[in-house]
Design a protein around this ligand. Sequence first.
Ligand code: PMV
Length: 302
Amino acid sequence: MRAQATGRGDAKLIVFGEHSVVYGRPAVAAGLPSGAEATVRRSDDPGLTIDHPGGRLPVDDQLEVAADALLSVFDVDPDRLAIHVDIQIPVGVGLGSSAALATAISRALARLTGLRGREANATVEEAVAASETVFHGSPSGIDQCAAIDGRFFSFSPNDNQPVTRLDVPATTWVVARVGPPSSTAEMVASVRQLRARKRQFIESLFDDVADLTRRGIRALEAGDWKTVGEAMNRNQRLLKKLDVSTPDLDVACRAARDAGALGAKLTGAGGGGCIVALPPADDIDAVGRALQDHGEVFRFEL
Ligand code: PMV
């Protein structure tokens, strides 16, 4: 029996379709090259510690409930486990830190408990879903898919096979962390309330997002970056109507476009957090520079 094991999970970038994916519409995301690394150890000094770019993350009630939900899926004694996680991305800003964290811990636990192959994969999926339900309320599953398998994919939650791999030519994406962290569960709940009040309007807005997402998928695979950018801009306008954007996110999107970005939109649940911009191949730096005035800037070659 192993005494220690490690695991990792990817962070993610939603390029099209956040929120409408919760209501069955398609979305597109990619796993990021950074995420979370977990080490689990059988120990008489149990506990959960998490480091992230801002230092040690306090383990609040929500994290504890999520950790309990995750651990209950494995055949382990939580009182004899020391878990440490290094999260390499900012948390709570739309980059899928919770799914990356849960995936990293679950993979480490699967190894520690000797699970293999299909059984290991199924147990990791179940554990990540249990944890994500605590953070998201009613997760679509898109963050989980990105955290477990990375790469570019489209996600249609109601299909028998929700995930379709996309063959997207390599390009650089610029992400800026513009607003403070927000709660995904709260943002999802606010959209649910809006939909309850204006059902027809919101459903037809979701249909518009689905159309632009399908257009975006074809353009991504063709490397037609101009059309990808237009679809991102349209998606941002619709996210604004959903009331999940903020003045800071809008201003940063405009600054990215003024600096030459082909498209820019918030990414993730909104209410703060990050935007993603698609810079032109011949002037990536201009977009990165323009966004530096609005927040921390990351570049991802995907
Ligand atoms: O902000 P994040 O990384 O938690 O992304 C949430 C994406 C949503 O579509 C808003 C919710 C979901 O479960 O798909």
